[in-house]
Design a protein around this ligand. Sequence first.
Ligand SMILES: CC(C)(COP(=O)(O)OP(=O)(O)OC[C@H]1O[C@@H](n2cnc3c(N)ncnc32)[C@H](O)[C@@H]1OP(=O)(O)O)[C@@H](O)C(=O)NCCC(=O)NCCS
Length: 440
Amino acid sequence: MADSLPTPKPAPRFEDLRAILRYVPQFRQRIFVIAIDGALMGQNGFASLLQDVAVLQSLNIEVVLVFGVRAQMRTLAGSRGVSLSNDDGMGRTDPATLDVAIEAVTRQASSLMAELSALELPVVIASALSVHPAGVIDGIDQENTGRIERVDADSLRALLKADIIPILPPLGYDGRGATLRLNSDAVATEVAIALGATKVIFVSEAGLTQPDGRRMAQISVAEARELAKRRDTGLDINLLSKLRYAAVACAEGVPRVHLVDGTQDEALLSELFSNEGVGTMVHADDYQQIRRARSSDIAPLLSMMQQSVEDAALVPRTREQIQARIKDFFVLETDGNPIGCVAVHLHEGGPSGRMAELACLCVRRSHKGMGYGRKLVAFAEETARQKGCTQLLALSTQAPLFFQEKLGFQTSQPEAIPANRRQAYEQSGRNSRILIKALA
Ligand SMILES: CC(C)(COP(=O)(O)OP(=O)(O)OC[C@H]1O[C@@H](n2cnc3c(N)ncnc32)[C@H](O)[C@@H]1OP(=O)(O)O)[C@@H](O)C(=O)NCCC(=O)NCCS
């Protein structure tokens, strides 16, 4: 009988490799704080997650690791018959719970050290946090729960400069010799802020999804804060904590925080090295922007539009035709890559006031169905409004329902098209649907 070999993975295409390598100079010598949930440790994919960490380190990304122990504490407490006063370091930690936490941390730190050393990664368990007891919160003495007062950023930086990965457990020590339990999300956040990290990546057992199961690919700080406060989302408390700390980190200057489902194969690298990602990115800066097109955008835009032109969804345009009206074209980019475009042409003398025409709306195939089309149309509406237009016209062969159902356009007749545009419409023979939206 023939040996059954695992199916080989398809070789990466050069196009993919180019896209990946684009990130490398951006990330070099940047600090990434990676917080791994305890629940992932010991699971099947955990070894490959650590290999991904090794890849980051090999690309000269400075990695700090933080780990949680909630799952291990639950297991240990069960086997010891201890009832935990709290398992995530956010509530009261009584002496028995602290004892369980210390054992869980010791075991986890030891197995992490062993696995990372096997990958020949230099690592050290770092004690870089000054902590105090959390004190009394809402009338409850938090006992052995701690609050982070200060991060010894200099000693962590010294380790990073020496290519050593610091590992921070969710425990801290105060000046009086007491051990205090910390929440690992809080540790990751405080460390990232103190080090001026470029990213915090929370790797947990699940990703952030909408009620219908669709991934939330990007959310703003305000949205993260809002979601973390709501109690009707059905999201796991673990994810709510990450959202809360993501908002804190971004508000304090960490540009991006990622929430990644660590049970997915290669999730960490896919999130960091692909434009669309696989997890959720919470962003502080203007990660996405719509800006006026430049001459240098024409080639990527033509290649993005090619398929839609072949499908007759878009009118063919030459480089020269776009260049001649470049001021009307806008590009939606994420992380500096164009992923969509729209043009807004002004027409004088529409039958019911000044009219703008939305044209050349296109979203890159890999990014469809993520709200970018609607975003571009909303942008075109606002642009037209600012130019004093009262109506927005769109001529579409294949997406009239998109304009009608998703964006409130109404179908109309050729007479609604301004006279100077109507002739070209009639001569084109495309028989596009005429869609108009009144701009309030
Ligand atoms: C039309 C287009 C711009 C939509 O972009 P997008 O980023 O996928 O759109 P969004 O993510 O904002 O919206 C997706 C929603 O619109 C719907 N939709 C997308 N294209 C549609 C179409 N051609 N007809 C009807 N509905 C459509 C999707 O089903 C989805 O619905 P849901 O939210 O209920 O699941 C994009 O598909 C495209 O580039 N098409 C080719 C070019 C084209 O036809 N341009 C319009 C000519 S001006």
